[in-house]
Design a protein around this ligand. Structure first.
Ligand code: UD1
Length: 377
């Protein structure tokens, strides 16, 4: 029997931390059995350059991608379409049995859709998360990717429940745990060794990240949030690594001198920064999970979250975007009102191994598929 072929896809910054342990788990199987397959790595190029991509591959020990689609930035339709058009020939050339996609970015949906229409099986890692907010592009990506995936790997029990409520067959859903946390647990020792940026003292600064279109694209919304952060900066230094989407919007907003604006950081320095901070203010998805595991208080400046387990069990508080509430919750933390949190089940560093165990089980080790749909007349 020829060995099963996998394409493992990453495109945007948060994907790189999710694929690294999956690639490593495949490599471990390969070291144990020479006949086991290694996946081919596909980088769509949704995020590119040193800050947003290359340093992550270096920090996380991910090899150079076998296939780089180099699609770059664009509108949602343009970017999604370009990824699909570039990914289709890669699928036809390599004829994978499985395409593995992670997370909820445009690359996730584009590659899942392309593969599925060619009759190639799709495994979605981090399936079933739902914000119930259809104004978030990521929610559309999650719903559509889950609807067409053959295997759905979930990070928590609530995600599995969401999928079952949507009618997904139970045998497609596997509660694997969180591969982003696999990476965190593997790298946290190294991250804590790194020096903090000049002048910062562990436990005496906050970290801010902002990149959601709903928070940063409208100058009024961004000004309100940053007004709240200006007040907080009166009490504690705030380090603000600025995402490229946000950077051009900052020009006309006055920031408190205690807010330190820096370039986007690569994985290890950022993890080291968060791990030693007093609190994090963010609108990111993944950082809600990372702070939960690090037991660092997190204020999420969004009206909803697709990761409610971090609020129910972890250190995350959903504060919305009302400046008064943001400041009140931050002051409460600074005054010692810290809510202890617990770590969700299976966020234990072994999620990727469980995923690869399922993929390599006899039920899913398929012979090469018949590629279909090459030309639609
Ligand atoms: C994307 C993901 C979001 C994820 C975020 C992490 C989607 C729909 N969104 O949002 O879920 O949380 O990545 O960063 O997939 N840009 C650069 N350099 C880059 C990448 C982007 O300068 O390497 C600029 C471009 O001007 C681009 C803008 O940032 O237009 C937005 O990038 P894009 O990939 O469209 O979405 P993100 O906001 O980064």
């Amino acid at each position: 029997m020829s060995s099963t072929k996998y394409l493992l896809v990453a495109g945007a910054r948060p994907n790189f931390m999710k694929i690294a342990p999956i690639y490593r788990a495949f490599s471990a199987r390969r070291n144990a059995h020479a006949a086991a397959s290694l996946p081919l790595l596909v980088h769509t190029g949704q995020h590119y350059g040193r800050n947003m991509s290359d340093d992550f591959f270096r920090d996380l020990g991910i090899p150079e991608p076998d296939i780089n689609l180099e699609v770059g930035s664009g509108s949602h339709a343009g970017q999604t379409a370009r990824i699909m058009m570039a990914f289709e020939p890669a699928c036809l050339e390599h004829c994978p049995d499985w395409v593995i996609v992670v997370g909820d970015v445009n690359s996730t949906l584009a590659c899942a859709l392309t593969a599925r229409k060619l009759g190639i099986r799709v495994a979605h890692v981090e399936a079933g998360l739902r914000s119930r907010d259809m104004s978030m592009p990521e929610e559309i990506n999650r719903l559509c990717t889950d609807a067409i995936s053959d295997l759905l790997f979930t990070t928590d029990t609530m995600a599995g429940e969401n999928l079952r409520n949507e009618g997904v067959a139970a045998d497609k859903i596997h509660f694997a745990g969180n591969t982003m946390i696999d990476t965190l647990l593997q790298q946290i020792g190294r991250a804590r060794q790194l020096a903090l940026p000049d002048g910062l003292v562990p436990g005496q600064y906050a970290v801010l990240t902002l990149h959601r279109p709903s928070n940063v694209d409208d100058p009024g919304s961004l000004a309100l949030i940053l007004g709240a952060v200006n007040s907080i900066a009166g009490r504690i230094p705030v380090v603000f690594p600025v995402h490229p989407r946000t950077a051009p919007k900052l020009a006309r907003i006055e920031l408190h001198p205690n807010i330190r604006v820096v370039e986007p950081m690569s994985y290890l320095p950022f993890l080291g920064l968060v791990a030693r901070s007093t609190m994090v203010l963010t609108d990111s998805g993944g950082i809600q999970e990372e702070t939960t595991v690090l037991q660092v208080p997190c204020l999420t400046m969004r009206p909803n979250t697709e990761r409610p387990i971090t609020v129910e069990m972890g250190t995350n508080v959903l504060v919305g975007t009302d400046p008064g509430r943001i400041v009140r919750e931050a002051v409460s933390i600074l005054d010692g009102g810290i809510r202890p949190g617990a770590v969700p089940e299976k966020w234990d560093g072994h999620a990727a191994e469980r995923i690869v165990d399922v993929l390599m089980s006899p039920a899913y080790r398929l012979s090469p598929p018949n590629i279909v749909g090459l030309r639609e007349e």
